[in-house]
Design a protein around this ligand. Structure first.
Ligand SMILES: C[S@@+](CC[C@H](N)C(=O)[O-])C[C@H]1O[C@@H](n2cnc3c(N)ncnc32)[C@H](O)[C@@H]1O
Length: 263
C-alpha cells in the first residue's frame, strides 16, 4: 500500500469539483495543455510517430488520474487510455464525464498494485502530481516503473523540497493567493529531483528529461522553465526500446537546476 487514507478521503471529498475549471482544481486545468503538449510530443518522438495522429494506438496509463483531466485529451488523440485512482469518487466522476464526452477510457479504482495486473505494460505511464500525496514514494515509483513496456516512458511531475517551494507552493498558493485549498500539500512530502531520479533508476529506468514548471497564480498561467526548485516534471525511459533515450541530463546535486530543455 502506498496511499495515505487521509489524502484519499480528501480527494474523494473534492471529486465533484474536478471538472470545474475555476474551482479547487484550477491549477491542474491551467497546466493541462502545457503538459499534454509536452508529454504527447515526447511520446511521439520516442516512438518515431509523425503525422496527424501520432498517438493512435499508444497505450497510456495515468496513475492517480483524478477525474481524468489528462486521460480525456489523450483518448481524443487516439491513445488507448487506462486511468487508475485510489479515490473511488474521482473514478466515478471520471466515468460520468467520459461517458458524456463519448470517450472510451478504461477507468479503474484502486492503487496500481491492485488495479493493474502484474503483467500489464504500457508505452507511457503517467504519475502526475501524485507522489507528494503518498506514504511510500519509492514503492509507488517502483510500481509505476514495472508497468513501463520495453522502450516505454514514465513521466513523473511533483514539487521539489526547497525553501522556494515552501514559500511559493505552500504559503503563496494556499495562504496568500489561495489557488489551492489549505492543507493541499505537506512540504515534508515534496520530493527532490535527485531522490526521484534515484528511485526510477533503481527501478531500471534512465532519466531522459527534466524541466521545471512555473505557475503564475494571479494570471493563472503556466510555462516551462529551467528552474526545477518548485514544480517540475521528469521523463524516464526504459532503455531496451525503439530508440535510445536522449542524452540523459545530469541532475546538479548542489543546485538541482541543470535542465536541458531539449525540445
Ligand atoms: C493532485 S491529484 C492529481 C490528479 C492528476 N494526476 C492530475 O495531475 O491532473 C492526486 C491524485 O492521486 C490520487 N492518489 C493518491 N495516492 C494514490 C495512490 N497511492 N494510488 C492511486 N491514486 C492515488 C488521488 O486520489 C488524486 O486523485
Amino acid at each position: 500500500m502506498t496511499a495515505l487514507a487521509s489524502e484519499i478521503d480528501r480527494f474523494n471529498r473534492l471529486s465533484a469539483t474536478w471538472w470545474n475549471a475555476v474551482g479547487p482544481m484550477r491549477p491542474l486545468h491551467v497546466v493541462n495543455a502545457l503538459r499534454q503538449d509536452y508529454i504527447g510530443a515526447r511520446i511521439a518522438a520516442r516512438f518515431g510517430r509523425t503525422g496527424p495522429a501520432p498517438l493512435a494506438g499508444i497505450r497510456i496509463v495515468d496513475i492517480g488520474c483524478g477525474a481524468g483531466l489528462l486521460c480525456e485529451p489523450f483518448a481524443r488523440l487516439g491513445a488507448q487510455v487506462t486511468g487508475v485512482d485510489a479515490a473511488a469518487g474521482n473514478v466515478a466522476a471520471a466515468r460520468i464525464h467520459a461517458a458524456a464526452e463519448r470517450l472510451a477510457i478504461d477507468y479503474r479504482i484502486g492503487e496500481p498494485a491492485a488495479a493493474l495486473r502484474d503483467d500489464e505494460r504500457f508505452d507511457a505511464v503517467l504519475l502526475l502530481e501524485v507522489v507528494e500525496h503518498v506514504d511510500d514514494v519509492d514503492g509507488l515509483v517502483r510500481r509505476a516503473a514495472r508497468h513501463v513496456a520495453p522502450g516505454g516512458l514514465l513521466f513523473v511531475s511533483t514539487i521539489d523540497r526547497t525553501w522556494r517551494s515552501f514559500a511559493l507552493a505552500i504559503v503563496g498558493a494556499e495562504y496568500v493567493f489561495r489557488v489551492l485549498p489549505r492543507g493541499t500539500h505537506d512540504w515534508r512530502r515534496f520530493v527532490r529531483p535527485r531522490e526521484l531520479a534515484a528511485m526510477a533508476t533503481g527501478a531500471g529506468l534512465a532519466l531522459a528529461d527534466l524541466r521545471g514548471m512555473r505557475y503564475l497564480p494571479v494570471l493563472h498561467r503556466a510555462s516551462w522553465v529551467r528552474d526545477t526548485s518548485v514544480n517540475y516534471i521528469a521523463e524516464f525511459a526504459r532503455g531496451d526500446g525503439p530508440a535510445p533515450p536522449a542524452a540523459a541530463p545530469v541532475v546538479d546535486a548542489a543546485a538541482e537546476k541543470e535542465i536541458p530543455c531539449g525540445s
